[in-house]
Design a protein around this ligand. Sequence first.
Ligand code: HEC
Ligand code: HEC
Ligand code: HEC
Length: 113
Amino acid sequence: MRANCWLLFVLAGIVAGIAVTEAGENKGAEIIVLRGGRSGRVTFPHATHQKVLKDCKLCHHLFPQKQGAIKDLKKQGKLKKKAVMRNCMRCHRKTAKTGRKSGPVRCKTCHRK
Ligand code: HEC
Ligand code: HEC
Ligand code: HEC
């Protein structure tokens, strides 16, 4: 009897957990302003990318889904300057070549003082 109660309790917990992650996945801000050093800030449309690209790992393989993650990793010496930027540009170039709608590759289209 006791063992059965525990099993039910655990199962209920698992089901509740899945429901929470499915309904409440934290997608972060729709628009994020990133530090771009001397070249000026970069306004990044996060939600647009999530919708078009689907796969979070196309960016978050470089840094976790946490506000300020890029700045923190750079400070700890775990992420090179411009490493994230190169990832942005690489994809924009590649996408443009296929003729699909893509993003900017020129400095001043991304960076604003
Ligand atoms: C094209 C790149 C890119 C993709 C794809 C992407 N993100 Fe992000 N995400 C970022 C950047 C850049 C930040 C800001 C990190 C920082 O502040 O240093 C960020 C931050 C976040 C944060 C932290 C909160 C915030 O608003 O800063 C969460 C949560 C997050 N992303 C969730 C997701 C999820 C979930 C997906 C997939 C559905 C996803 N992201 C796809 C680039 C991306
Ligand atoms: C697709 C948008 C985009 C384009 C185009 C772009 N950048 Fe960036 N840049 C970023 C982002 C995002 C960051 C912050 C993340 C990083 O450092 O990787 C950044 C960071 C930087 C930094 C600061 C690095 C640091 O940590 O101090 C400099 C300097 C810079 N960019 C210069 C340039 C120059 C010069 C060009 C043109 C050749 C350029 N960027 C083109 C998005 C872009
Ligand atoms: C894996 C591919 C990929 C990566 C990585 C990526 N982008 Fe993009 N980006 C796109 C595509 C595709 C579009 C065109 C979106 C559309 O259809 O509206 C785009 C569009 C944009 C636009 C223009 C949005 C508009 O409203 O016209 C900006 C600005 C931009 N990206 C900035 C960035 C920055 C900054 C990063 C890095 C932090 C980044 N992107 C990383 C694929 C990518």
